[in-house]
Design a protein around this ligand. Sequence first.
Ligand code: FAD
Length: 482
Amino acid sequence: MSRNDDFCAAARSLLGERGFTTDPELVDPWLTDWRGRYTGRAIGMASPASTAEVAALVKLAREQGVPIVPQGGNSGMSGGATPDASGDALVLSLRRMNRITRLDPDAREAVCEAGVILQTLHEAVAPHGLRFPLTLGGKGSATIGGLIATNAGGTQVLRHGSMRAQVLGLEAVLADGSVFDALVPLKKDNRGFDLKQLLIGSEGTLGIVTGATLRLLPALADRVVMWAGLPDVRTARRLLIHAEKMAGDALEGFEVMPRHSLNAVLAHNPRARAPLAQPHEWNALIELVADSATAATLADRAQAVLESAFEAGLVEDAAIAMNDAQAEEFWALRDEIAPAERAIGPAMQHDISVPVASMADFVAETLPLVEARFPGCTAVAFGHLGDGNVHYHVLAPAGAPRGEWEATQGKEISQFVHDLVTQWGGSISAEHGIGQMKVGELARLGDPVHLAILRNVKQALDPQGLLNPGKLVPLAPAPASH
Ligand code: FAD
């Protein structure tokens, strides 16, 4: 029997037939990432049903020197949940651990296993008059464990922060198989480093998240969604400041998109309708929300924000969604940009951030630089202006062959964009993580002190380098222990 056969037999006897498989029909669909950029191979796929099973499996893997790739919904954007091509690693799926084990409406807390799907959580808390204040396009498959491991963002970060801000307690299995149990939600806890926060955003390289206590908020009593046409991106920044002043903490979302991206959505989806009669160079999608105490005044506040923005010359035209269906139509225009652009042709996509105060200038100044450097390409930026985070896409010249264009041009384009981001003091990964996609770019552009700390922490918590090897901060794999 080979070493791999030994491991598979031991894993199967530990987890049972439901908990471990090598059947290619069951495993193969999980070996390619959501974007279809990376495909790997694996010894097999484990699907433990409890924290105790995860811990026992990690101990077994450690004894036999088998690398582990944790996986949730496989909706990640950086190839973090895809094993490499060696076939040596085990995919550890958390999807069977999908119970909400406690929901406390008074404390506004939910305790979830790692495999709970985001949409399931939204639906489970709604009947209790509560909501979980983080959402994103992949909510039908993204899991709580994956959202924590990537410190996911989405469209409500402006008001509520990223996943980091939603986690009150955490449980994780560490590389030696021990269980770090910090599920109890302590508002104050100064017993040294915040290890919970260290694990959040560690992309499965420091531990396997098995459960979390999450904060919930009262459900919304009302919301108003507005669409504004703007002359340029710098005006979008001024409108954001204006909306923040006028609407205070009622401002829940502020997304921007250029004319090009809106046109792409309208061309891609014949049922989509432009919210305004005339096209504008830039568009802002603004959402104000209210809980029951302030709901009565929300429509007036929204009206006031727009009227004063008109008077200040910030807005060329605007529309307020008349009802929930129209509000959803406005949001759909935003959510459909990525698929619409994908339908047009190949593109290099970048998830970048710069300081919020610099973002409008960054977009205005760098898009022309990219287009000048790569003639025929179109550079667009859209998304979370209020978080200093845009999706910065460089679209191929018309007719460029898919696959071939990315292979020949992609690296140079991404390096050019990332160099610009670095010059502006920004980050080459705002919310999607490093995964395997940006390992080289992080090594090339990262501050040496930052990189050294990342590596030292990894070395301390996973000296054998068995947790998600090759991702985020690769260590040279240690030799197998036998
Ligand atoms: P996976 O893809 O399975 O894994 C992602 C990473 O986390 C991998 O490194 C994996 O090893 C690790 N991991 C997974 N589970 C665990 C665990 N239990 N313990 C330790 N490590 C683990 N992301 C945003 O931030 N903002 C967006 O607006 C956004 N929009 C999206 C829209 C669409 C249509 C799609 C498909 C995705 C979008 N994403 C977005 C990306 C994705 O949904 C998030 O990265 C999400 O957090 C991934 O969750 P997952 O369960 O699918 O994780």
